[in-house]
Write a protein that binds this ligand. Structure first.
Ligand SMILES: [Zn+2]
Ligand SMILES: [Zn+2]
Length: 247
């Protein structure tokens, strides 16, 4: 789903939305992350829009049934917050997904992770050097962008899911030109680039690179809290630190 009619480059505005929230349906989320508790916290914080994006790496999951249950629970709260029922889907190789076309079409918001290389369903780079991994990671993102399946790319191109001691070594093997080409492809295909709070604060130098290049090419950014606990539902948490990067 298209969220912004025009790209927005104001972090105060972008953080009115939290487009990456996990619920009890994600094993890694805290058990407190019920739909009702998320909504109450979002109301308290003045959030304008939420996307519920549980992991979908296991083909056996019925993601549409999960979302329907979340929708029922949210509707019972009577909230006025706009809620999108989506998923953090898995782009686990070039042209390789765990969601079917029907599942993909049934989601309000299709956020694709392309770099959960620690998860079993993910393919591995043939060339295991940092540069080899960087090229492989970029190729997956490129294929997802062009597939028409994605609304946004989650925590793009960060390497913290790989086993390298230096968690930035793969990302640093990507040139500005390559990053610009990917951001341009994302723009051309109407796919948003996520500003993922944890990823941005964990690697601010890279976040500043895609922010600057992305604005130049005119890509759309979305903000995602990647919230796994109630105290991270507020998209404005750590806003002062984010403002040092996204200026
Ligand atoms: Zn993720
Ligand atoms: Zn996530």
């Amino acid at each position: 789903m298209k969220i912004y009619s025009e790209p927005c480059y104001d972090i105060d505005e972008l953080t009115n939305y939290n487009l990456h929230v996990h619920t009890i349906y994600s094993r890694c989320a805290k058990r407190e992350m019920t739909a009702t508790a998320i909504i109450r916290e979002a109301e308290r914080c003045g959030v304008k829009m939420l996307a519920l994006t549980d992991h979908f790496a296991d083909e056996g999951l019925d993601i549409l049934a999960q979302d329907a249950a979340l929708r029922r629970e949210v509707e019972e709260t009577g909230t006025g917050i706009r809620v999108l029922y989506g998923a953090e889907l898995s782009g686990c190789g070039i042209g390789k997904y765990t969601d079917t076309d029907e599942q993909n079409a049934g989601l309000d918001y299709r956020l694709y992770a392309c770099n959960h290389f620690h998860v079993d369903c993910w393919d591995r780079a043939e060339d295991q050097s940092p540069r080899g991994w960087a090229v492989f990671a970029m190729d997956i993102v490129d294929s997802i962008i062009r597939s028409g399946r994605a609304d946004a790319i989650a925590h793009p191109l960060i390497g913290r899911f790989l086993e390298f001691e230096d968690k930035h070594v793969v990302t640093n093997a990507i040139t500005d030109n390559e990053l610009g080409d990917l951001l341009t492809t994302a723009r051309d295909h109407g796919v948003a680039w996520e500003i993922n709070r944890g990823a941005a604060l964990g690697f601010p130098e890279f976040a500043a690179r895609y922010w600057n290049i992305g604005r130049e090419v005119g890509v759309t950014f979305h903000f995602g809290g990647d919230s796994h606990a109630i105290d991270s539902v507020d998209p404005k948490k750590q806003l002062d630190e984010l403002k040092k990067i996204f200026i």
